[in-house]
Design a protein around this ligand. Structure first.
Ligand SMILES: [Zn+2]
Length: 167
């Protein structure tokens, strides 16, 4: 298992004592555990999703984003913090630098823990694939795109018609 996945899983276990019964994942509890504040702001550059000011232990999230993307952005910035990425970050959507990818992996693992995703997928097995995807995005408060990637990452593939194609 990769470092972002391990770090996210450890943090989830430490902050969500009820485990998979807590949906969506309580990001406020995670941030409080880390001593990090999460605030919203409206950046001049609307392409910015989030920022981390490490010295202030503060994460900023673009207030104009839809809720799932706000949560992913917050988790992404917490990832930079937890993974010890040096300095401050101002993160636009869709960056492919190594640290950005690590923070994205962390965010996906934190918001969609493997155990939670697999448990829900089984519990919802009576539903059609499309209905399962809708139910999961709602219950976990994640975007369809993020869920599609995550399902592949945890080994649930081939039932994600709405997920993006592999590049
Ligand atoms: Zn970033």
């Amino acid at each position: 298992m990769q470092r972002p996945e391990l770090a996210a899983t450890a943090l989830w276990r430490a902050t969500c004592p009820d485990g998979w019964r807590v949906e969506p994942i309580n990001l406020g509890a995670v941030a409080a555990h880390l001593g990090v504040d999460i605030l919203t702001w409206q950046p001049d550059d609307e392409r910015l999703n989030g920022a981390l000011i490490r010295s202030a232990k503060t994460v900023f999230v673009n207030a104009t984003l839809a809720r799932p993307r706000m949560r992913f952005a917050a988790a992404h910035e917490l990832g930079h913090y937890v993974l010890g990425h040096e300095g401050d970050f101002f993160c636009p959507f869709n960056r492919y630098a190594t640290l950005e990818r690590e923070a994205n992996r962390f965010a996906a693992a934190l918001l969609m823990p493997t155990a939670v995703v697999k448990t829900l997928w089984l519990k919802l097995s009576d539903l059609t694939p499309a209905a399962k995807l809708s139910a999961l995005t709602e219950r976990l408060a994640v975007s369809r795109q993020a869920l599609g990637y995550r399902l592949r990452a945890v080994g649930i593939a081939g039932e994600t018609p709405a997920s993006p194609q592999r590049a």
